[in-house]
Every structure is written in structure tokens, then in C-alpha cells.
Design a protein around this ligand. Sequence first.
Ligand SMILES: Cc1cc2nc3c(=O)[nH]c(=O)nc-3n(C[C@H](O)[C@H](O)[C@H](O)COP(=O)(O)OP(=O)(O)OC[C@H]3O[C@@H](n4cnc5c(N)ncnc54)[C@H](O)[C@@H]3O)c2cc1C
Ligand code: FES
Length: 293
Amino acid sequence: MRIINKDFNKIIDKKILSQDVKWMRIYHPFIAEKAQPGQFIILRPLEDSERIPLTIAGTDRVAGTIEIIFQEVGVTTKQLGMLEVGQIIHNVAGPLGRAVHIEKYGRVVLITGGVGAAFIYWMAKEFKNKGNSVWAVMGARSANLLILENEMNQICDKVLIATDDGSKGTKGFVTKVLEDALASGERADLAICAGPVMMMKNVAAITKKYNIKTIASLNPIMVDGTGMCGGCRVTVGEKVMFACVDGPDFDAHQVDFDELLRRTGFYKKHEQCSLERYMKTASSKDFSSTTKV
Ligand SMILES: Cc1cc2nc3c(=O)[nH]c(=O)nc-3n(C[C@H](O)[C@H](O)[C@H](O)COP(=O)(O)OP(=O)(O)OC[C@H]3O[C@@H](n4cnc5c(N)ncnc54)[C@H](O)[C@@H]3O)c2cc1C
Ligand code: FES
């Protein structure tokens, strides 16, 4: 029997990467021992929090830690962001989902928008370690919202940036940068995209024209993360799949992105209401249920 000590789920380190995006290292040797790139955890920051899925952005098996990178978009991610080094995340389950298949393809192009870079950061390292040439095409609304640019520059053979407002790199979307590169004769043997659903849909349309095998790292709404609730249902190649157990990575040319867009937006109004309620009460919220060293 494995002993779970009192330091499990403790936040060991924390950094702010950009406005609203935080990085944390969490002590959890069981997850650190098993996790592979592409897998995720489901956590609850506080006892009364909702469960949210977050990609495992790296592990240190010796130290027994895992890394996460998350954007504060709603109540639960804000609750997580308020926890400090030394505090305990109420519970953490994982590793969940299937790992991405890492092999030598030749040139692997990773296309990300916003916090999507968090989904592919660990994969980028592993594809590079397998001898691939790794390119990243990274986008954000503005330069100050770009995350992991330095880290990706250290791993990748080439990093291309696009910002909506032109404050860094090409003005426009990552899809334009990708399409320009492919049109100029650059090749890609595998493409992986992660980020907003509309971006992934458009990436898939471009890579299909060039006949490039493409994986989309999907981020549907998840509840249990074990294939029981149906919350993360997606249609891939006309088959019903559950992203938590069959994914989250799927053949992008087979994904029904229009259905995913509809399903992802389903709770938007409720999420907005609960964020407004939370922001009103956040200053008086009691975080004493977590342990501080
Ligand atoms: C397998 C998987 C891995 C993920 N990994 C990461 C990660 O590494 N880093 C990270 O920042 N986020 C990640 N996400 C998304 C993250 O789970 C959501 O942002 C989080 O659940 C939002 O919870 P909330 O209560 O803070 O906000 P909510 O109140 O639930 O939502 C606030 C706003 O965010 C939008 N939103 C909610 N859930 C998602 C979602 N799944 N995808 C896109 N938009 C969403 C809502 O439409 C709403 O506008 C991942 C999602 C999945 C399914
Ligand atoms: S999250 Fe419930 S089935 Fe996938």
C-alpha cells in the first residue's frame, strides 16, 4: 500500500507568466511517476470548488512534482490562482487521458493560440528529444499575453509569432503564418494544434489542403474525467468519442469542430453569472481550509 503524506498536492513553486496566466509546481510523486506528455489532471482548488481539467506541462520524477500552466478565466481557475506556495490544492486526480504518440516524424509543427502553448510545451521537448525538427507557431491577442516564448525558443528549431494587434511578429492569426510558411514551400510532417476551437478548425482546414497529418488537442467541458458523465462528448470521424478517455488528442481532420463550438459555449451564461457572483464575494472569501507552511 502506498502512503500518502501530508505534502501531497502542496504548491512547491509558483510564477506569473503573463496577465492572468500562472505556472505552478505541485508535489504529487504518484502522478509525476506515471504522467506522459498529452495527459492531464483534474483538480479542485478548494473543498467547494468545481473540478477542472489542466494539462500536465511537465514532471520531475526525482523531486516528485508536476507542473501546470493555467489561465484564470472563471471562478475555479481564479480560486486556484489565489493559492500560494506552501498551500495545498484540495484534490488532484491523474494522470488522465491518453498520452500523445511521440516518434520521429521529421518536422513537427506546433500551432498554439493563447494558453494553448501550455498544452504542447512538454510535447515540444519530447518531440525534440526524439530527433524531430520542431517548429512552433504561437499566437496571442497581444505581445503581453504571449506565454512560454523564451522556453519554446530554447526547445524549438524555429518559433514564429503572430499577434492580433501586431505588437509582436506577424499581425494577424497563427493560421496566416502557417499558411504563408506552407505556401512558400516549407514542409511539415506532423502538425499539432491547441487553443481556441475556431483556431483549431481553421488549422485543420489548411493542413488538410497540404495533406499534413494533424492532431488537435481538444478542450471540451469535462466533469468526471473518467468517461462516465458524457460532458466531453465529441464526434470524430462520425464516431462518438469522449475526450477524457479517448483523447484529448484526436485526428484534427476528423473532428466535428462545429459541434464542439456549440457544446463548449453551452454554459457560457452560467459561467459568466458565477464569475460575477464570485468577484463580488472574493475579497471576503475564507481560504483557511488550505494549509500554509
Ligand atoms: C483536457 C483539458 C486540458 C486543459 N488544460 C488546460 C491548461 O493546461 N491550461 C488552461 O489554462 N486551461 C486548460 N484547460 C481549460 C480549463 O479546464 C478551463 O479553462 C477551466 O475548466 C475553466 O474553469 P473556470 O471555472 O475557471 O471557468 P468557467 O466558469 O468554467 O469558464 C469561464 C470561461 O472560460 C471558458 N471555458 C471554460 N472551460 C473551457 C474549456 N475547456 N476550453 C475553453 N474555454 C473554456 C468558458 O466558455 C467561459 O467563457 C483544459 C481543458 C481540458 C478539457
Ligand atoms: S468528462 Fe465525463 S465523460 Fe469525459
